[in-house]
Design a binder for this molecule. Structure first.
Ligand code: PLP
Length: 405
């Protein structure tokens, strides 16, 4: 018998399984609302035109080679990514106490943050509690657990009844958290709910962090996707920095550059002072060296070349706008069609939510019903708004109507 005879079969990762089920479905009319990737109104993946231009230039650049990058990644990329989230004139950047580390997309940034915190922050207690929002993107919990944290907890976030942020519950949970707990926040475009705190609420959240000495980790996978403007979506990150927090910010360029499979991310570390940043970065360097040695080049080069060139940057902003506008249009269309049909329930949350996802409020049995009609979504009722198009909207609305009546 095998030495591994006792290994149990793991359950499939739900969101990937959903896509496999969708692909295996032979129905003419079918809709995939599970996957977290942008789709055009034709239902196709979109390579951003600016990415195509930059890649075309790269293809004929005689100076490009396939040498190893430094362990911490492409310097220009790290610098530009940090500027993108903090703002070029950020005090923390000017004081040399903010710096970037290239990561294997957003997940990799979270993994580095978790590993770093487990080694150098966790010493305060046996196992520092780590709080994630309820609900959240499930991988946050898995990543922090895999780094060694054992005390994973949740804080209230979604008010299911009113379909909005449970701000009061969230603050209560923060104020009742053990001092020095780690809290993971979604920088913008909360996944899965599509509900973000207002600026005033963010200030209240920061105040609670101060009061309980909570360490904030910001998961920013959708900068620019929420409002269409990366500066606007950076509010929470810049607020924490302006208020003098030390903070780890996990950036993904999967969604806002459409570079999903290139795995481009950055961990922006903001520390109290420049020497602390240098020491902490040197430790992250050792973590990376033993984990995967150094990061890949292509995607980081695409992002850096875009952000460094004013014309390309403008084109990127226009591309971002195209994506965020299409999502907003689909929200409006879905909302108006449900209303026009008289589908029971208040659907205003569809247009109030932001970012790629909407938490529809559909329950697990309604989701099951939709699956029989070849419409695939997570059992939580989360849908990817870009899975909807002007041509499949009618079919979706008809079936949602049937599911809830
Ligand atoms: N964080 C959140 C909240 C996400 O929704 C995602 C992607 O779905 C990620 C992080 C990381 O994605 P990636 O590793 O593809 O950058």
């Amino acid at each position: 018998p095998s030495l591994f005879a006792d290994v149990e079969l793991a359950a499939p990762v739900v969101v990937f399984q959903l896509t496999a089920d969708y692909n295996a479905d032979n129905a003419d009319k079918k809709i995939n609302l599970g996957v977290g990737a942008y789709r055009t109104d034709e239902g196709e993946p979109w390579v951003l035109p600016v990415v195509r231009s930059v890649e075309a230039q790269m293809a004929i650049d005689p100076a490009l080679n396939h040498e190893y990058l430094p362990i911490l990644g492409l310097p220009s990329f790290r610098e530009l990514a940090t500027q993108l989230i903090l703002g070029k004139d950020s005090r923390a950047i000017l004081e040399n106490r903010a710096g970037g580390v290239q990561s294997i997309s957003g997940t990799g940034a979270l993994r580095l943050a978790a590993e770093f915190l487990y080694r150098y922050y966790n010493k305060r207690e046996k196992s520092t509690p780590v709080y994630v929002s309820s609900p959240t993107w499930g991988n946050q919990t898995a990543v922090f657990k895999n780094a060694g944290f054992t005390d994973m907890r949740t804080y209230r976030y979604w008010d299911a009844e009113d379909r909005c942020l449970d701000y009061k519950g969230m603050l209560e949970d923060m104020l009742n958290a053990p001092e020095y707990s780690i809290f993971i926040f979604h920088g913008c475009a909360h996944n899965p709910t599509g509900v973000d705190p207002t600026h005033e609420q963010w200030q209240g959240i920061a105040k609670a962090c101060k009061e309980r000495n909570i360490f904030p980790v910001l998961d920013c996978a959708y900068q620019g996707f929420a409002s269409g403007d990366p500066d606007v979506d950076a509010y929470s990150a810049r607020m924490f920095v302006d208020l003098g927090f030390e903070v780890l910010i996990c950036q993904s360029f999967a969604k806002n550059f459409g570079l999903y499979n290139e795995r481009v991310g950055n961990l922006t570390m903001v520390m109290h002072d420049a020497p602390t940043l240098s020491r902490c970065k040197s430790q992250v360097e050792l973590i990376i060296r033993a984990m995967y040695s150094n990061p890949p080049h292509h995607g980081a080069r695409v992002v850096a070349s875009t952000l460094a060139n004013p014309a390309f940057k403008q084109e990127w902003l226009d591309n971002l706008h195209t994506m965020s506008s299409r999502i907003k249009e689909m929200r409006q269309l879905l909302h108006s069609k449900l209303r026009a049909k008289g589908t029971p329930g208040n659907w205003d949350h569809i247009i109030n939510q932001i970012g790629m996802f909407s938490f529809t409020g559909l329950n697990a049995s309604q989701v099951q019903y939709l699956k029989k009609r070849h419409i695939y979504l997570l059992s939580s009722g989360r849908i990817n708004m870009c899975g909807l198009t002007t041509s499949n909207m009618e079919y979706f609305v008809d079936n949602v109507h049937d599911a809830v009546t």
